[in-house]
Design a protein around this ligand. Sequence first.
Ligand SMILES: Cc1ncc(COP(=O)(O)O)c(CN[C@@H]2CONC2=O)c1O
Length: 486
Amino acid sequence: MAFDCAASVDVGSINPKVHKCKYAVRGESETYPQILEQQLQANPGSLPFDEVIYCSIGNPQALGQQPITFFREVLALCDHPSLLEKSETRNSFSSDSISRAQKILSYFPGKATGAYSHSQGVKGLRDAIAAGIEARDGFPASADDIFLTDGATPGVHCMMQLLIRSETDGILCPIPQYPLYSASITLHGGTLVPYYLDEATGWGLEISELKKQLEDARSKGISVKALVVINPGNPTGQILTEDNQQQIVEFCKKEGLVLLADEVYQENIYIDYKKFNSFKKIVRSTGYGKEDFPLVSYHSISKGYYGECGKRGGYMEVTGFSSSVREQIYKIASVNLCSNISGQILASLIMNTPKPGDASYESFAAERDGILKSLARRAKAMENAFNNLEGVTCNTAEASMFLFPKIHLPKKAIEAAIAAKKEPDAFYTLRLLESTGIVVVPGSGFGQVPGTYHFRCSILPQEDKIPAIISRLAAFHKLFMSQYRD
Ligand SMILES: Cc1ncc(COP(=O)(O)O)c(CN[C@@H]2CONC2=O)c1O
């Protein structure tokens, strides 16, 4: 029987989980600004601004951040090994980039970086990452526990695919959360069990809140499988204290939960009164051995001072699962054959950077420190600017790449938003975009305490653009508030 192709794929006949899935970071916040950009290109001067500034996504190199020279030199040499045979290469590449590329290529049979690799990633690169984890934490790490992935994203999907059997399986997620988690849980047919971070205590994660939400979910017949912790936080930018991390580890152990530790912002630290501790380090220092505690730690080349988002690299370190479960995780990875080799190489480089005395060390350290110090200055400048706006409070961005200010919207603005069939914070961010060209993501895209309104703004525009962004945003906010003040 011939099917009418058009009818067989109409939107009513696609997977309802896809329908239900939401991902605000690339929703209207991305598509509508692109339309305005096209309008500006077609009709310069037709809008009250001359460029669209994307403060909506953590995409540093799209906003002018330069890649790290050492990483790119090694990558270029690995991608075109015949350069290593040419004498002139020594004039344009540092000696340690050349030796690192030679070492990496030795992991590839026939120096073939165009071939599929092992489904967990090239063994030699995983050895290098394991060595980097050991050096960071002071506890053993094994290449066999490392799964190289095309960014952290597929690693998150993998664990949701493994853990979720049906909608009666739940995953505890922070609110506000990075919406990859809600989207992946929805796509895999599970239930998101929210736990609210406490804005009043700098987005603190209270164990009592975890317990309350866990018990509430269980009372509804939900089998809670895992706890997601994003540390440093996105969109909230907080760093957990070591004590809090220890409490979280004990909570997971007591309640039999897998701990999914999203640590992609571990190198985006802007304050000196807290430091990043990996959950791997906390679990081991609490005395739990390799078999005692199911932990998946995520890292990515998309963040840090490297911002190699488009190269799609990262890893998940999988520890504490039985060998039979481990085999199932490997099976999921094997269906994807392998992650891309450039991402694998970069993931090994971020975990094994030039050391003092290496030819590239001085220039590498200058690039790294220059980027991180500038990000810290931008975070502080924007935090202060938000806190100077009428009805706005903004917690310190201790880390990550975003600020998440709370706006006290006047009743008239909320009524106008309802009339426009928009979430109040989406109404505000849309008006901000149309008035200034500045793109931010409404807090409703990340979740927030009902009745509170936020937006997420990245700190990524180049530092010389920040004063203009602040002044344009402040001028808009003043006008908006005068228009809707109760
Ligand atoms: C907390 C967190 N985890 C995982 C990811 C996935 O990153 P990769 O797949 O690139 O490794 C992101 C990306 N950050 C998104 C992308 O840009 N803005 C964001 O909020 C993230 O913020």
